[in-house]
Design a protein around this ligand. Structure first.
Ligand SMILES: Cc1cc2nc3c(=O)[nH]c(=O)nc-3n(C[C@H](O)[C@H](O)[C@H](O)COP(=O)(O)OP(=O)(O)OC[C@H]3O[C@@H](n4cnc5c(N)ncnc54)[C@H](O)[C@@H]3O)c2cc1C
Length: 465
């Protein structure tokens, strides 16, 4: 049973964080009421900006005793409603926990507070010649990335957030502050609690500090852009490049319409063909040149219309700038529409079939939808512009069908955006009896269901007083 917020509770919370770090102003509640998805907004009762792990633990202890929901918030760039405070209560923001605690440069590690943006972190780390590889388009926070197990364009080489974290401090629902994992690269000590919390979307505990794995900034990088006469040829090339052992650092599929849209960016000129963006990293220039030649051959063999390679840093950055801003570019070009972005992933061998299925749905149902995806990981995003109930329902139906097809193909309902509200209905189909085990874990760690209620498990909605 959840309780409403009271003046007495607000006074207790103020005594933990100080009056300047808590707000019930409507503008603050509204700013933290929705993410970047199509899910309706719902405000919390109070926004709290924590500043230390101990404050977070103290807030949770109080919220647990008083049965108040707590929803953590990074910067709200989720795409499945993950950070919407569905049942009100405390919206716990990490916007004021943005410190780099320590750079362990000799160990290729950094310890940070959870609210730092990954781009801001990388700007600082450049001084050490190091970077944190996971790169979702938005300047997401490290806490939000770990909680959603976010990925992005570099996952094909460097892994997802889960592969780039070693240790975390986590506040539990009962107010304990625990440390999980270790700074050792190898860890074989007991249950892997570190990775239990990664991807749990703030439903099992709240990350208050994280030690991340870093990589040296590569000495040489190249970008390759290849255009193909058909979606099939482009997607077959993805599988061939992955199979060649070339180890791309990015391998992105962009459909023909999107390719034209990206040409809005200064210095980017793409034709209306299904296109692959690739990036390669190497310690030696010769290795890079050899790799580019191999990619050219693969693309030519599979019928590429054009293959353009560059090692020019400015040109490479322009291309990735366009790719990173594809969402904003698309929104600008459809000012009268809302957007719904869906995310599924399949084993790489099933990628051509999945993409073929999306094409088929678009054609048969006359739907406008764009495809852009981290093809090297078997991950696709289908973006539906919509306005009005009919177009929304059509997009939802297409989304549903694509998710089911991805599951049939041995894939997952979400490759990187997480479950949130939107994907909760697929959890039984995807996980079967394993979902009961997840429920048991949730029950053990958060028996009163105060942590981000209404996410991942739709059945675990708290009763409100
Ligand atoms: C244009 C655009 C492009 C995107 N591209 C990608 C992409 O390529 N790859 C990708 O993976 N994602 C992508 N995303 C989705 C989004 O950026 C990621 O899911 C990101 O990890 C969210 O981070 P955030 O800081 O905004 O977290 P929020 O959205 O604020 O929160 C995310 C989740 O984490 C929880 N949370 C936040 N902080 C903590 C904490 N300290 N402890 C515990 N739980 C916490 C929240 O409750 C919520 O469940 C994109 C989003 C947009 C808008």
């Amino acid at each position: 049973m959840m309780n409403p917020m009271t003046p007495e509770l607000l006074a207790w919370l103020t005594s933990i964080v100080g009056a300047g770090n808590l707000s019930t102003a409507q503008a603050d509640l509204d700013l933290h009421a929705r993410d970047q998805s199509h899910h309706p907004a719902h405000p919390g009762d109070v926004v709290i900006w924590a500043q230390t792990g101990q404050q977070v633990a103290d807030i949770l202890r109080l919220a647990n005793e008083q049965r108040i929901p707590v929803t953590p918030w990074g910067v709200g760039t989720s795409l499945e409603g993950n950070c919407i405070p569905l049942f009100g209560g405390i919206l716990l923001s990490f916007e004021r926990m943005t410190k780099i605690v320590e750079v362990h440069a000799d160990d290729f590690q950094v310890t940070v507070q959870p609210g730092i943006g990954h781009r801001d972190l990388n700007a600082e780390l450049a001084r050490y010649g190091l970077f944190f590889p996971p790169d979702p388009g938005a300047n997401a926070t490290i806490g939000g990335m770990l909680a959603n197990n976010a990925s992005g364009i570099r996952t094909v080489k460097y892994g997802a957030s889960k592969d780039n974290v070693l240790k975390m401090q986590v506040a539990l629902a009962d107010g304990r502050l625990i440390s999980v994992g270790s700074r050792s690269i190898k860890q074989s000590s007991g249950y892997d609690l570190l990775h239990l919390f990664v991807g749990s979307e703030g439903t099992l505990g709240i990350i208050t500090e994280a030690t991340l794995k870093l990589m040296p900034i590569p000495a040489h990088m190249s970008a390759v852009v290849a255009a193909f006469p058909s979606v099939e040829a482009a997607v077959e090339t993805v599988v061939a490049v992955r199979g060649s052992g070339l180890d791309p650092a990015a391998l992105e599929f962009i459909d023909a319409t999107h390719a034209v849209m990206l040409s809005e960016t200064d210095g980017v000129d793409l034709a209306a063909y299904p296109t692959l963006f690739m990036e390669f990293h190497a310690a030696h220039e010769a290795t890079l040149d050899y790799g580019i030649e191999m990619v050219r051959e693969i693309c030519d063999d599979l019928g590429a219309i054009s293959v353009r390679a560059t090692t020019d840093t400015a040109e490479r950055k322009r291309l990735w700038h366009a790719r990173h801003h594809s969402y904003e570019i698309m929104v600008r070009q459809h000012r009268d529409k809302h957007f719904f972005i869906m995310d599924v992933a399949v084993p790489i061998s099933a990628y051509p079939e999945l993409i073929g299925y999306v094409e088929q749905i678009k054609k048969e149902r006359g739907i406008t939808a764009y495809m852009i995806g981290h093809a090297g990981d078997g991950n696709i995003h289908v973006e539906f512009p919509y306005v009005g109930e009919d177009e929304y329902a059509q997009a939802m139906q297409a989304d549903h069908d694509i998710v089911l097809r991805a599951l049939e193909l041995g894939g997952t309902a979400t490759g990187e955006h997480g479950v949130g509200i939107g994907k909760a209905r697929y959890m039984t189909t995807e996980h079967g009896a394993a979902l009961d085990v997840m429920r048991s874990i949730k029950q053990a760690l958060d028996p009163n269901n105060i942590l981000n209620p209404g996410k991942i498990f739709p059945a675990l909605e708290p009763a409100m007083a």
